[in-house]
Structures are given as C-alpha cells and as structure tokens.
Design a protein around this ligand. Structure first.
Ligand code: ATP
Length: 294
C-alpha cells in the first residue's frame, strides 16, 4: 500500500486516540464520527513534572457539530496539587464535556485549560494523554490477556509496576484468584468480569502511566458491594498522590472529595464541601436529596 508521508502521522495519531478511547465505546463512536478538530503545535513545551494541578480559565465550549448550542459557559476552577474534586450536576450539565476538554478531544471555543501550569494546547498530545489518566464509567476489555489490557498504554511496564498498580486499584486479589492470573484471556471469548472488576482494572491501567491527573467517571449502574467498597478504598489510597477529578453519582464518593463543583446547564453554580453546599446552595440540597436518596 502507498501511504503519503503526511498521513502516517495522522494515522498514528488517530490510532493513539483510538487506544486512549478503547475504554469507552461511546467516546470511540464520538471520535470516529467527528473529524479531528484539534491540531498539534509544532514546537510543544515540555510538560512540567511538578504537580500543580489543573485549571479551567473562563472556558466556553460548543461541540463542532452543534455550534449554536453552548455547552459550557465561562467555566473556571482550579485544583490544588493532589486535590480530589467531585463534579456533580444533572444530566447534560457538562460534566463529561469537561473531561473531553481535559483530554483534548476538543479545544475550548474560548478560554483555556491548564495542566501543571501550562495551557494544554502548548503540550505534545502524547505527553498530555500520558499525564491524564482516564477511567471510563463502563470500561470495555479487548480480546487478549489481562496483561495486554493493562499495558497497552505503557508496553514497558514491569511486572513489579503492574503488581503495584493492581494493588492500588484493589484488583490484586481477584486477579490472583483467576486460574491463569495476568495471562487469563478476557474480552470477547474470554472470562467475563463484573463492571466493578473492569473499573478496578481500568484504574490499574491508568495508574501504569503514572498520571498527574486522574479522571474517573463513576459508574451509574450498581456495582457489586465488594467492588464498590474496593473502588472507594482505592480512591482513598490515591488521594494526595495525584489530582483526582471524579464525576460522582454516589454520596460516599462526594464525601471522599476535598471539594465538590456543582454544575448546571454548563455553568459552575457552587463549590465547597458537601456540608457547606447543603447549607449554601438550594440547588445542591435539592439535587443531593434526589440523587443520593438512600
Ligand atoms: P450525563 O450525566 O448525562 O453524562 P453530563 O453532565 O456529563 O451528563 P455532557 O455529556 O457533558 O453532560 O453533555 C452536555 C451537553 O452537551 C448536552 O446537552 C449534550 O447533549 C451535549 N453533547 C454531549 N456530547 C456531545 C457531542 N459529541 N456532540 C454534540 N453535543 C454533545
């Protein structure tokens, strides 16, 4: 086959996008359907390794396919290094869009996003995506071994690194309990794993890239009690080691967060701890009552 030189880079870029998106089929479809909207800068800045967190500076955004519908309106927030921030708000408020912009699936229409003090459009896409770990709501495993699924973003991970990531994700025990351990065939035709087990593996997979920022889209569906408990313990263990943003659907997760950002119709309408927000925000109080009712 004949490939023009210029398109090789584009193809490998799309492939790395696809690899990144392999955990989330809906995002995969989104990526396949949308032409690549972002461009790489020719002389990117190095990514600072000191973790100074993440900022949104006056970010407004419309999806390219729907330019007349503004999805985010002047969103600004800043995390402290190692802070855990929970995003809450009704469906359609813009929570997933915030994650899309952090991963640079799209660029803001106005304003900018900074990771470790640098506008992310000034970074190499590969550096950015290495630094931002993403754990989708309902991770999909591809056909292959567990090990293949864990290391595709970081093929040089050592067994010791894999073991440590599994431990931090509270996935160590169930992997050890599988007859073939890391060599177990999963995905299509392989052993079936529960949603909670897949999400814990997705946490381990993200950790192997040693992310400075971890984006976690909490499952809306009920997980088995053990998985739910283990994901909670895992988040506790990760807190402080990296900046964590979680789209939270459970009161227990919101309670773990250092701070909660309340979104409504693409705007930040509140920020604070659960108790502070219960007192200061009627919207949050109502939302919490409905969303988190036991
Ligand atoms: P949910 O909790 O239901 O996932 P959310 O708070 O994450 O909601 P978003 O998914 O960010 O909300 O959606 C915000 C708005 O952007 C919605 O109006 C949605 O219809 C729109 N939207 C999301 N993805 C796209 C897309 N790929 N193209 C066009 N519009 C989109």
């Amino acid at each position: 086959a004949f490939i023009v030189a210029g398109s090789v880079g584009a193809i490998s870029e799309v492939l790395s996008d696809l690899q990144r998106a392999a955990g989330a089929t809906e995002r995969l479809v989104e990526l396949l359907e949308s032409p690549s909207e972002i461009t790489e800068i020719s002389a990117p800045k190095p990514l600072r390794s000191d973790n100074v967190g993440l900022s949104f500076v006056d970010v407004s955004f419309s999806y390219p396919t729907r330019p007349d519908e503004q999805v985010l309106h002047n969103v600004s927030f800043k995390t402290e290094p190692g802070e855990m921030l929970a995003l809450v708000g009704p469906s359609g408020a813009g929570k997933s869009t915030i994650f899309d912009l952090i991963e640079r699936f799209y660029d803001p229409t106005a304003g900018h996003v900074e990771v470790n003090g640098t506008d992310i459009t000034q970074l190499k896409l590969q550096d950015l995506r290495q630094t931002v770990g993403f754990v989708p709501q309902d991770p999909v495993l591809f056909a292959g071994t567990l090990r293949d699924n864990l290391v595709y973003a970081n093929p040089h991970a050592t067994d010791a690194e894999i073991a440590q990531a599994l431990q931090l994700a509270y996935a160590e025990q169930f992997v050890a309990d599988l007859a073939s351990g890391l060599d177990t065939k999963v995905g299509e035709g392989g052993v079936g794993l529960s949603g909670g087990q897949r999400q814990r593996l997705a946490i381990a997979r993200a950790l192997l890239s040693k992310p400075a920022v971890l984006l976690l889209d909490e499952a809306t569906s009920a997980l088995d009690a053990e998985s739910e408990n283990h994901i909670r313990l895992s988040i506790d263990g990760l807190k402080g080691r990296m900046t964590i943003l979680v789209i939270a659907h459970r009161l227990s997760t919101v309670r773990q967060a250092d701070r909660i950002l309340v979104l409504e119709s693409g705007r930040v309408v509140g920020s604070g701890s659960h108790d502070q927000l219960l007192n200061s925000s009627a919207l949050y109080a109502r939302f919490a009552q409905m969303q988190f009712a036991a």
